[in-house]
Design a protein around this ligand. Structure first.
Ligand SMILES: [Zn+2]
Length: 425
């Protein structure tokens, strides 16, 4: 596409993105964005966390990509059609075979809770107020494969594997939710709805795709989850939801106008005490550098749009963390569950190591109080507590990659990591 046409096309996408409010018949009187009124006055620091009353603290569990399709689907109780159209793999069972060759047998069929492994005990211990994952697969029996190199699907009857971890919200604005066409998306949305799991980032039209998942937290406020997907993560332009077309909430770009549209969407629903999460699928799969435009976009969402937590994902490994104006920006949470065992090529990134992020926010100020991370290792298609040496490795990565953002981590005696950052003054 010529440059000029591309520009005109982006303008059009932006207009559609901003216009979803009008399509919904929403009032244009945008409520003042709460976070801006309070962010300047309070300092976020880990030390302050202990002084907070429990009632004012909202703890989120977030993680990176949960890829329960393909090989993982094949070990669950209701494996779907394993047919793949990948250049070198024609059956999803091949990924099970590779994993078993690398790490030994998987006791298939596994029960629904199996994949979460040690993460379940950690969730029970921390008791987060909201559990949010990026579900990186279509949940469908559709055979309408999109023309792309990799297509993920999980059989809808395997959805109890998501409810087994009491997940409140799945973000869907990613590059796999439409892998099996719009019929696949419709079945994904219906399956999650029937299972009582909230979704954000995809819908039957742009209004639905852009709407937040609203998670009430008794006596504390609400968590609003907005899900966005960027072209940089590989989301085709044709997947964008429109006024009369199902699809994902695809960001037209990282411009100030796009931020303005998001500000309107958040302003419509955010009330004092609410924590607004921008869950963004962006960037490539491998590599630590954070593109300048991603950082600027994240900061603008905080400065201009009332976002309190930026939950970034797409990279297959954890990336650095920034705390900007008291708000956490997780640039890349890495993969959390996948079928990559035994696949070689990027070992140096240790994509098998995952983090459970427990983000504690002060609901009054909307600022970060503490961020604890529990390291896990994906092995045998399940999450296992990471060893001390693997935890140390993650400790070093987060310190190295956090340096440019002014953050670092401390290793706790229980093998968890705690974020350290320069508090606001
Ligand atoms: Zn992705």
């Amino acid at each position: 596409m010529k440059r000029q046409e591309k520009h005109a096309d982006r303008q059009l996408q932006r207009r559609e993105f901003i216009g979803y409010l009008l399509a919904a018949g929403c009032t244009l009187a945008v409520r003042p964005v709460c976070a801006q009124a309070v962010m300047a006055g309070s300092a976020g620091s880990p030390a302050k966390a202990d002084a907070q009353q429990a009632g004012g603290v909202i703890t989120l569990f977030v993680c990176g990509d949960v890829m329960t399709g393909r090989g993982v689907d094949q070990v669950l109780p209701h494996p779907g059609n394993p047919v793949l159209y990948e250049p070198y793999m024609k059956s999803a069972t091949g990924y099970v075979q590779i994993a078993e060759e690398a790490n030994g047998p998987i006791p298939k069929p596994v029960d629904y809770s199996y994949i979460w492994g040690d993460a379940l005990a950690e969730l029970a211990r921390v008791k987060p107020d909201a559990r949010i994952i990026n579900l990186e697969t279509s949940v469908t029996q559709s055979d309408e494969a999109e023309s792309k190199s990799i297509n993920y699907r999980m059989h809808p009857a395997n959805i109890p594997c998501i409810t087994a971890a009491h997940i409140d919200c799945c973000t869907l604005a990613n590059n796999h939710v439409l892998d099996w066409g719009r019929p696949g998306l419709a079945e994904t949305l219906q399956t999650l709805k029937t299972a009582g799991i909230k979704t954000a980032g995809a819908g039957q039209n742009l209004r639905e795709a852009a709407a937040p998942a609203v998670i009430p937290v008794a006596g504390k406020g609400r968590v609003l989850v907005f899900s966005f997907g960027s072209e940089s993560s590989g989301i085709p332009r044709s997947w964008a939801a429109k006024a009369g077309r199902p699809g994902v909430n695809r960001l037209p770009d990282f411009s100030a106008e796009t931020v303005w549209g998001i500000r309107e969407g958040i302003g419509q629903v955010k009330l004092p005490g609410d924590i607004a999460v921008a869950s963004i699928h962006w960037g490539g799969n491998w590599g630590y550098p954070v593109p300048h435009e991603q950082q600027e976009f994240a900061r603008q969402l905080i400065d201009e749009a009332g976002v309190d937590v930026v939950h970034g994902h797409s990279s297959h490994h954890v990336q650095g963390i920034e705390v900007y104006q008291g708000k956490p920006i997780l640039y890349g949470c890495g993969d959390f569950l996948n079928d990559y065992e035994g696949i070689s090529g990027h070992e140096a990134y240790r994509g098998d190591l995952a983090l459970m992020y427990f983000v504690s926010m002060d609901s009054a100020s909307g600022n970060l109080l503490r961020l604890q991370m529990t390291p896990m290792q994906i092995k045998h298609f399940r999450l296992n507590r990471a060893s001390r040496s693997d935890t140390l490795w993650l400790n070093d990565v987060l310190n190295r990659e956090g340096r440019k953002f002014g953050t670092g981590v401390e290793l706790n005696a229980d093998n968890s990591l705690a974020l350290r950052w320069t508090p606001l003054i």
